[in-house]
Write a protein that binds this ligand. Structure first.
Ligand code: CUA
Length: 197
């Protein structure tokens, strides 16, 4: 019952606004530029929509929290567990800690043409991570785990750069990823297996 008057109200408002807009004197050139700006906005919204629905480009939706102050004591991000690991399901998981001014570990070897799940945490302030020439980029917010799954199509050397200003050493915050041909890559030995007591 309430909806009908509201609809009418909105309709009237829009009609009023349109008639006022039409009555306004807008220069011919200005009208042209308004149309161009509107077209550019529509194009951008269109690209975002197509990417989101057809290319799977979305912001990460999973929220996972972690205590940044005690990462070294945590089960997952203690020093021994950082780097590349093949989990029980056979998936490759890469754990890295971002801290002023580096990503730890400093260097990792991963296979090409294989899905890789990166898990990042920050031990101090807000950092970002970007791998040039790939579509991979995320913020690393203290207190949260940033997770992204990606694939490198070709072997090569890829830098891993911080892209959120985090302090005076921000420019020097980087690590290196060596992407190796799938058949040449061997899974690293788990720390629990290497020191068999
Ligand atoms: Cu870390 Cu900029």
């Amino acid at each position: 019952m309430q909806i009908e008057p509201l609809k009418q109200k909105c309709g009237n408002l829009v009609r009023d606004w349109l008639s006022q807009f039409n009555a306004m004197h807008i220069d011919h050139l200005e009208r042209k530029w308004i149309s161009i700006s509107m077209l550019v906005i529509a194009l951008m919204v269109g690209i975002i929509t197509v990417d989101a629905f057809f290319h799977g480009v979305n912001p990460p939706s999973k929220v996972e929290t972690i205590n940044s102050a005690s990462l070294h004591l945590s089960k997952e991000f203690a020093e021994d567990h950082l780097g590349v690991e093949v989990n029980d399901k056979g998936e490759i998981v890469i754990r890295m800690v971002a801290g002023r001014y580096s990503f730890f570990p400093k260097h990792i070897d991963v296979p090409a043409e294989t899905p890789l799940t990166f898990r990042w945490v920050s031990m101090d302030v807000l950092h970002g991570v970007h791998i040039p020439m790939t579509n991979m980029s995320t913020m690393i917010v203290p207190g949260y785990v940033a997770e992204i799954t990606t694939t490198f199509p070709k072997p090569g050397e890829y830098p891993l750069l911080c892209n959120e200003y985090c302090g005076l050493g921000h420019n020097h915050m980087w690590s290196n990823i060596s992407v190796i041909a799938k058949e040449d890559w061997t899974a690293p030995v788990k720390p629990s297996e290497s020191n068999n007591e």
